[in-house]
Structures are given as C-alpha cells and as structure tokens.
Write a protein that binds this ligand. Structure first.
Ligand SMILES: Cc1ncc(C[n+]2csc(CCOP(=O)(O)OP(=O)(O)O)c2C)c(N)n1
Ligand SMILES: [Mg+2]
Length: 332
C-alpha cells in the first residue's frame, strides 16, 4: 500500500468533506423537491470509501454497492456535476437522468451501481469478479452492502461459490447499526457480522469503519490476497449513519445522544485533528479547503439546475422491447 503521507491526509480531508457537503446539499434540494423519490445519504460512513480508494488500484479495480451510492462514483473519478445532475433527473446525468438516486453507474469508471434490491448486488459483485478471473485480469472487485443485506440468503450462496472458485472479490459489510429502523441486535443472531465468513472458511474480520487508516490497512491486505489468486475476504466495517435511513425517517428507533456519541469519532474530524497534530496544515489552509469544497458543491448544483430534462422519447430508448411479446409464436 502507498504510504499514508501528508498529501494523503489532506486528500482524505478534502474528499470526505466534499462528499459530506455534497450530500448535505442533496438533502437541502430534496426538501425543495428538486430531487425526488428516495434519497439515502452516506453521512458518517465516509472513512470506508476514503480508506478503500487508498488501497485500490483505480486503473483496474471495481466497485459495486447498494442505493447509498452517490459519493462512491465520485471517489472513483466520475464528475460530481454529472452525479448531481442524475439526482435532479437531468439529461446531463450519469444515466441521462433516467436512473436517479439509487442507480448511479459508470462502466467507464468501473463503478457498477447503485442497486435498490437489498443484497441484490452481492451475487452481481461476485459475478464481476468471476468475469475478471475468467478473462485473466488481475482486477479486484469491492462488493459493498449493509448489515441488513448480510441477512439475505444470496450472501450465503455467493460466499460458497466465491470460496469454491477463489474469486478476486472483497465482501464489505458496512455495518451502520440499522437496516431502516431495525437494529442489528433486533434482527440478527450474529451481531458480529464478520463471523458469518467463518462458516465458509473465508478470511474475515472486524474493522473500525470510522478510521480511514484502519480501513486502508484492512483493504490493502484483502485486495492483495484477492489479486494474488487467494480468493475472497469478508470485512465488517463498523460504522454509523448520522442521517435517517432515507429522507422520510422520523428516527424513533434511536436517541439523539446515540448519534452525538458517534459524531465524537467522526472520520472528518479525526483526519482534521491528525492534520493539526502532525502540523500538516494550518487553520488558514483548512479554511481554504473548506472554501474550495463549498464552491465545488455550488458548481455542481448550478450545473444540475441549468441542465435540461431528457427529451420524452428517451424514456423508451432503454426499455426492453420485443415485438411479439406477450403473444410469442411457438413452432409447436
Ligand atoms: C429485497 C429487499 N427487501 C427489502 C427492501 C426494503 N429495504 C430497503 S433498504 C432496507 C434496509 C437495508 O439495510 P442495510 O442493508 O443495513 O443498508 P443501509 O440502508 O443501512 O445502508 C430495506 C429492508 C428492499 N429494497 N429489497
Ligand atoms: Mg445498515
């Protein structure tokens, strides 16, 4: 893994702050009904993405995740203006405005979505890894999902085949404590979710998901294992989401104190503290980054606002069409 230098800490700070503010902006425009449908925000979980990107080889590695998916593609190189435009339903969006919040996708950047079916991306992630193994590429796929998704049957089928075929995949459970309003304790026999890997003899373990250094180290080991042909790893990243499950969540299932406790170990604050402690940045330099981040978020909003909606006929372009359906002619 590349050393975690001053430049890395500075990048982590700027990236994570940008992701946070980008999503704060989404929450604000959602209330103005400029973004519609569901909106699931990643606030609090940013250290997982920052650490993962540090350990990945961004020229070839891949990522797939669930519907909390706005900032991952940005981290992988997608223009944030196009992500914001997608959420606004505009023609300049990553899927021409036809995908919306839960379906950000960029094949060019090896970001494979954006999936609304809980756990649906787990077998797909293994499938992508299978494709790479079959083609003889040495790329690794990060297959991310929540604690709720870990309770889906598809995880078990996938773990079995991934181990059997030694697929180059890292399974990443982002345990933020809740699946909608249901806590891990209320819904799961195993509250240490990483232990599910033991049944498949898959290398597995827990990781402090609020600390990008710990995340990067764990991912580095797992990615190296996958790249050298030794198969999958299952990591449980212990994290927390500050906002509700989606924008319409009264959050009766937790207390404000609980949220405040986690904010004490906020990943952005942790990295900022390191920048000060190691004298990597002054207050003025941090202020400059904050200003830059704010300006970029505003630029994204302006771009999305000013972009046109897709033409009506585009709606039908990506729809599967078969002329004789449902009256399919059979020969016998
Ligand atoms: C198969 C399926 N069942 C139920 C739902 C409804 N649903 C949407 S999100 C969600 C909770 C998933 O929680 P988790 O996997 O922990 O992810 P998080 O939202 O915490 O990131 C549920 C049950 C769904 N989308 N798909
Ligand atoms: Mg969850």
């Amino acid at each position: 893994m590349q050393k975690i230098t001053k430049e890395v800490y500075l990048k982590w700070y700027e990236d994570m702050l940008f992701w946070r503010k980008f999503e704060d902006k989404l929450a604000a425009v959602y209330i103005q009904q400029k973004v519609r449908g569901f909106l699931h925000l990643y606030n609090g979980q940013e250290a997982i993405l920052a650490g993962a990107l540090h350990a990945m080889d961004l020229t070839k590695d891949k990522m797939i995740t669930a519907y909390r998916n706005h900032v991952q593609p940005i981290g992988m190189g997608v223009d944030p203006k196009r992500v914001m435009a997608e959420l606004f339903g505009k023609a300049t969006g990553t899927s021409q405005g036809l995908g919306g919040s839960m379906h950000i996708f960029s094949k060019e950047h090896r970001f494979y979505g954006g999936h609304g079916i809980v756990g649906g991306q787990i077998p797909l992630g293994a499938g992508i890894a299978f494709g790479d193994k079959y083609a003889g590429n040495d790329a690794v796929t990060l297959c991310c999902f929540g604690d709720g998704a870990a309770r889906q049957g598809s995880l078990h089928e996938t773990f079995n085949l991934a181990m059997l075929w030694k697929l180059p995949v890292v399974f990443v459970c982002e345990n933020n404590g809740y699946a909608m309003g249901t806590s891990v304790e209320r819904a799961s026999n195993h509250t240490e979710i990483w232990k599910l890997g033991l049944g498949y003899e898959m290398p597995c373990g827990p990781v402090d998901g609020m600390n990008p250094i710990k995340v990067a180290e764990a991912f580095d080991e797992a990615i190296k294992r996958a790249r050298r042909g030794d198969g999958p790893t299952f990591l449980e990243l212990k994290t927390y989401r500050y906002r509700g499950h989606s924008m319409s969540d009264a959050q009766h299932y937790r207390t404000k104190d609980e949220v405040a406790e986690y904010k004490k170990i906020d990943p952005i604050a942790q990295v900022k503290q390191i920048l000060f402690d190691k004298e990597y940045a002054t207050e003025a330099e941090i202020k400059d980054i904050d200003k830059r981040v704010k300006a970029l978020v505003n630029e994204c909003e302006k771009f999305a606002e000013e972009s046109p909606y897709p033409e009506k006929n585009v709606m039908y372009d990506a729809v599967y069409e078969q002329e004789d359906y449902p009256f399919i002619q059979h020969k016998i």
